[in-house]
Design a protein around this ligand. Structure first.
Ligand code: GDP
Length: 288
């Protein structure tokens, strides 16, 4: 009786741990760009430039342009950007504080970028992947949606501040709109908002509300497509084309080029690091 009583909860507890183990093994490689550069060209391109890989699958007469050349850094630039995200004695990358109101947010002189998205879109996982070269930084990744209820501020050395915003949609905190709207409208050093969309399901109703908010406040924002490892190529391409059409025709402030990423395979993560280093003024890549 006792043994049976113990077995069930233990089994349940072990499940997420086993899943975490799988993810950790998958992530134990390709975190650094040097590892990516050692891959055969085709595989390297897929990891470093996932959008280019998708573009190659389009027929030449396709009317949709994926704008792959809008931000097209050299491999050298991507390597250089990595130093911004690498924790060293001189480059301290750390969690600073959390806030539920803008007037409680740390007052920092550095440029700032923020990440917003629906609960469960993969925001914490993405931030964790971006910070994988600073393993001391604790970014909590939850199995349950609605985990992030505060704005979490991370300092990236002398370079910039990264803000993890609470997830919207299911189980969003009640004061979410107030908190996020005020932040987006009033944060003076906010350089760019990264709006995450789940590539498996595309733009949902709640995503449209966030997009509407960015448009209304005339914010420069970037759409990041998460979990690209989860879909077949065909499905992913279909979603990307739909989202690209939306960005081209329905938005003003959105950066024309999409950023597809996977926090499991690290696909697109290095390019995103390089983009962030650029827009925070810490690297100069041609074309930006
Ligand atoms: P958040 O609520 O937006 O912070 O989402 P999480 O980062 O906690 O991720 C939600 C779920 O999606 C978790 O089960 C993650 O393991 C999973 N997930 C996040 N990113 C990826 C990804 O790139 N690929 C896959 N396959 N799963 C992911």
């Amino acid at each position: 009786m006792t043994a049976l009583g113990l077995r069930l909860p233990t089994g349940k507890l072990l499940e997420p741990l086993a899943a975490l183990g799988r993810v950790n093994r998958a992530c134990s490689t390709f975190q650094t760009f040097a590892e990516v550069l050692r891959l055969p060209t085709r595989q390297m391109t897929k990891l470093a430039f996932p959008l280019q890989e998708l573009q190659r699958q389009l027929t030449p007469d396709s009317r949709l342009d994926l704008h792959v050349k809008t931000f097209d850094p050299s491999l050298e630039d991507i390597s250089k950007a990595e130093s911004v995200f690498t924790a060293t004695g001189r480059n301290c990358i750390e969690y600073l504080s959390s806030a539920v109101r803008l007037d409680h947010a740390p007052d920092l002189p550095h440029p700032e970028v923020c990440f917003i998205g629906r609960s469960n879109v993969g925001k914490s996982s993405l931030i964790k992947a971006l910070f994988s070269l600073a393993p001391e930084v604790e970014v909590r990744v939850s199995k349950k949606p609605g985990h992030t209820k505060k704005m979490n501020f991370f300092k990236v050395g002398k370079y910039f501040t990264l803000v993890d915003m609470p997830g919207y949609g299911y189980r969003a905190p009640e004061d979410f709109v107030d908190m996020v709207e005020t932040y987006l409208k009033e944060r003076r050093n906010l350089m760019r908002t990264f709006l995450l969309v789940d590539s498996v399901v595309g733009i949902q109703k709640t995503d449209s509300i966030a997009i509407g908010m960015c448009e209304e406040f005339a914010l420069p924002y970037v759409m990041v497509l998460t979990k690209i490892d989860k879909s077949s190529r065909g499905h992913l391409l279909k979603q990307v084309l739909q989202i690209q059409k939306f960005v081209d025709t329905e938005t003003q402030g959105c950066f024309p080029q999409l950023f597809p990423v996977s926090s499991v395979t690290y696909s697109g993560i290095h390019l995103l690091r390089c983009f962030i280093a650029n827009i925070t003024g810490n690297l100069k890549t041609n074309g930006l």
